[in-house]
Design a binder for this molecule. Structure first.
Ligand code: IFM
Length: 490
């Protein structure tokens, strides 16, 4: 019996996590830093995109965001008050290497050195993500992720950051959610750079995979042997709407283009045959994947980061008119273009039941199922939940507090799922709440609040929500207690 099982058997009301389990919160550079034009930083694709009218709700941009660039000391103090053992943040590429090429800007690197100093002084373990979607605009102007050269540039950038922070950061993640970079950025166009071409989306997916592999090579030669390397994927826990052959095939296709397009080359050193068959009319895989690419992409990593919010319910969506098949395009993220290259006919459904402010279904069983799938397929793979959380319509009460019982219930149910997966054999090393604080939620601007700390964007005042106090208790005790009656239902 594992330590986890024996503890949970002792008392059904408290779930103890394994010793050393990392309790953290996550953010990303463009979503919180602001200081968009300071200290040599140049525009990323998100600066360009957010300044393009009509791209982001209310015309919001990350110019100021949560002003973390100037307030990082107070923000780290807040993390310490919340008993966080770890903090996951991303580095802004165009802050440290403005054009995406050539020498680094010392002031940019200094910011991250000062941030990590502050974290270490307070005993908070830093986890660095090298790329959370903010490609330097100049690289996009040269083709962005649709060209191989961007993968080379990324490896150089990884080496620069490893040289500056390698003495102090034990956990390194190459990419955050390459699915979003490739398919929302180049397929549906709802994210920067806003392109809408399925072939470009698949090229981007391959070049992101390649960038990851090359960066792992660069990190391995620059970092101490103890450093742990990883990639973070937003894997989709896919469920077919029915057991019909057509719906099962829709689920298989979405698993191929959404999950196995990354897992295959990373862990098996090959792209899945069914993915290549499904998309052979979209991209020429033989021309795209060069000799040696797969060996680079499948370099060993120490951990897989898993981001999970909601399950994905799909069915075959082929619509027939007068006997002719009409492609139906109702993917994810709105817009007229599908983010699922080669599977545009698959229909996506909102699962029944409760939803968050994003209209994402609340279903923690999806996280359990995902962790167990990964454990079944890769029994020795260490996992980290690098993002999980929910947006709700939070507001400040007349007393100046923010009460968010739904977020507490959401996180509680997902932590219970993580605990159950650990008990059933998943090697989950930590959990990072998305997000530490309210921030720029991409195409939704500031309209969606994911933070456990409320940010009043007019004054930049931080107010820990009730969930922050609750999460601080879980992190302090390494134990998840049952929720009181009033919080038990979300
Ligand atoms: O805010 C994003 C984050 O940048 C990446 N993962 C999902 C979060 C919520 O949409």
């Amino acid at each position: 019996m594992t330590a986890v099982q024996s503890e949970s058997a002792e008392t059904s009301r408290s779930l103890r996590f394994p010793p050393g389990f990392l309790w953290g919160a996550a953010t990303a550079a463009y979503q919180i830093e602001g200081a968009a034009a300071e200290d040599g930083r140049t525009p990323s694709i998100w600066d360009t995109f957010s300044h393009t009218p009509g791209r982001v709700l209310n015309g919001d941009t990350g110019d100021i965001a949560a002003d973390h660039y100037h307030r990082y000391r107070d923000d780290v103090a807040l993390m310490s008050d919340l008993n966080l053992g770890a903090y996951r943040f991303s580095v802004s590429w165009s802050r440290v290497q403005p054009t995406g090429r050539g020498p680094a800007v010392q002031r940019g690197l200094d910011f991250y050195r000062k941030l990590t100093d502050e974290l270490m002084e307070r005993g908070i373990t830093p986890l660095v993500t090298l790329y959370h979607w903010d490609l330097p605009q100049e690289l996009e102007d040269s083709g962005g992720w649709t060209v191989r050269d961007t993968a080379e540039r990324f490896a150089d950038y990884a080496e620069i950051v490893a040289g500056a922070l390698g003495d102090r950061v034990p956990f390194w993640t190459t990419l955050n959610e390459p699915w979003c970079s490739a398919y929302l950025g180049y397929g549906s166009g709802v994210h920067a750079p806003g392109r809408t071409d399925p072939e470009s989306a698949l090229k981007a997916a391959h070049h992101l995979n390649l960038a990851h592999g090359r960066a792992i090579g660069a990190l391995r030669s620059a970092l101490p042997a103890t450093a742990q390397t990883s990639i973070t994927l937003n894997l989709h826990q896919i469920r077919p709407l029915s057991e019909s052959a057509a719906d099962l095939d829709a689920a298989r296709r979405i698993d191929a283009v959404g999950n196995r397009v990354f897992l295959g080359p990373l862990f098996d050193g090959e792209y899945p045959a069914d993915l290549m068959a499904d998309t052979s009319h979209v991209v020429d895989w033989n021309a795209l994947v060069k000799d040696g690419d797969l060996a680079e992409i499948s370099r060993p990593i120490d951990l897989l980061g898993v981001n999970y919010y909601t399950p994905t319910l799909v069915s075959d969506g082929r619509v027939r008119q007068d006997g002719v098949e009409v492609p139906r395009n109702d993917g994810h993220g709105g817009g007229d273009h599908s983010p699922w290259p080669g599977s545009e006919h698959v229909a996506f459904h909102l699962p029944p039941g409760e939803t968050t402010a994003m209209r994402w279904a609340v279903d923690a069983s999806g996280l359990y199922d995902l962790l167990m799938r990964l454990t079944r397929e890769h029994p020795d793979l260490a996992l980290m939940v690098t993002e999980n959380g929910a947006a709700y319509d939070d507001y400040v009460s007349p007393e100046g507090t923010v009460n968010d019982p739904q977020r507490i219930a959401y996180v509680h149910s997902h932590l219970s799922a993580v605990h159950r997966a650990i008990g059933d054999g998943a090697d989950v090393r930590g959990y990072f709440l998305w997000s530490l604080m309210d921030n720029f939620e991409w195409a939704y601007g500031y309209s969606k609040r994911f933070g456990t700390v409320y940010v009043d964007f007019a004054t930049q005042r931080r107010i820990p929500k009730r969930s922050a106090q609750w999460y601080a208790g879980v992190a302090r005790d390494n134990v998840l207690q049952d929720l009181p009656e009033e919080d038990g239902k979300s």
